[in-house]
Write a protein that binds this ligand. Sequence first.
Ligand SMILES: N[C@@H](CCC(=O)N[C@@H](CS)C(=O)NCC(=O)O)C(=O)O
Length: 196
Amino acid sequence: MTIFGDSISGNCLKVKFVADRLGLAYDWVEISVLKAETRTPEFLAMNPAGQVPVVRFADNGPLAQSNAIILHLAEKSDLIPADPFERALMYQWMFWEQYSHEPAIAVLRFQKFYLKKADSEIDPALIAKCGKVLTVMNDHLSGGEYFVGEKLSLADIALVAYTRFSHQADIDLTRYPNVLAWVRRVERDLKIEPAA
Ligand SMILES: N[C@@H](CCC(=O)N[C@@H](CS)C(=O)NCC(=O)O)C(=O)O
């Protein structure tokens, strides 16, 4: 399979983390969002939404949406709980990640770290939203080491993708100690270095 991704993107790194963890072979094609490489006719033919990640499978063609991709890659693996209710809890966190978490942390990080926006240009509501999602996570993690059950699942991988870049959004994760400990735990599990 071929992963079309931008290596600064948490959504794209989710796909890499799952493929690496499961030992799946892939080619990585770097597509720069900042250089508008998601807007070429060739790319839009694969994903009319003009977004990475996209994975092109030799047998089935292209698939977009990071969480759809990782669910497909991890099917029948230990990254998806066997118990139906635990599996539903994993989906719960993955849907929350896309609707509430990613639009906060990833957007603030992009505005601060890549667009270099001044604090005066940042919507205070966005900063408040980041605090809210990290508080939800910190409270949840007071009851366990992972988001669902007692082991790593796709919920952790989806949520860690941007949480580990919080410092690039000028968010101090030491204010959310359970989250910080969990980020380091998941990075260790995935055998990746803490984000610089
Ligand atoms: N919900 C999508 C979001 C994908 C997304 O926002 N991709 C960004 C990079 S992280 C992108 O390609 N942006 C280019 C654009 O929207 O023009 C997913 O999880 O895959």
